[in-house]
Write a protein that binds this ligand. Structure first.
Ligand SMILES: [Zn+2]
Length: 156
């Protein structure tokens, strides 16, 4: 399992924001969350996070069939690389390094807690365990907000 940095060390570990990117080829097609008629087969991610994320997606493909992925919303890509500050802050978002991935933002809105977020339900347990096995952090599971989001850090 990779040992990811904590958020403040992201720049030291991953380098300059928006750099060192590569394409992750998905084992299943995803829909763009903001334009569901469009599907993607790959997306841009940091080189150091690529192999780990690829292992996670392979396990997700094994654990959930097409129908289950659609029910859970993990076939909806909400973004990975996006060079921008954290919402409400001046620090960069982990998306700025392409080390965070969002799923189904509509049903997992930023401020929603486990009572409302789709990915807080029991059928998402395996999905989160897969990411956690690779050392990734879910803000939903650790801090009960932003349930759309998973990142290659050990948290704050
Ligand atoms: Zn995010």
């Amino acid at each position: 399992m990779p040992v990811w940095p904590r958020q403040p060390q992201a720049r030291v570990y991953f380098g300059a924001v928006g750099k060192n990117q590569t394409m992750l080829v998905l084992p299943f097609k995803m829909k763009l969350a903001w334009d569901k008629r469009r599907t993607i087969e790959k997306f841009s991610i940091h080189e150091k996070a690529h192999d780990s994320a690829a292992r996670c997606f392979a396990r997700i493909a094994d654990a959930y069939d097409d129908k289950q992925r659609a029910e859970l919303g993990i076939d909806l890509f909400g973004g990975c690389l996006n060079v921008r500050p954290m919402r409400g802050g001046s620090e960069y978002s982990m998306h700025a390094w392409g080390i965070a991935i969002d799923f189904d933002p509509e049903r997992n809105q930023l401020k929603w807690d486990k009572r409302r977020a789709r990915l807080a339900r029991p059928d998402a347990e395996t999905f989160w365990t897969i990411w956690e096995d690779e050392g990734w952090t879910s803000l939903g599971r650790t801090r009960d907000f932003d349930w759309m989001h998973v990142e290659a850090t050990r948290g704050r």
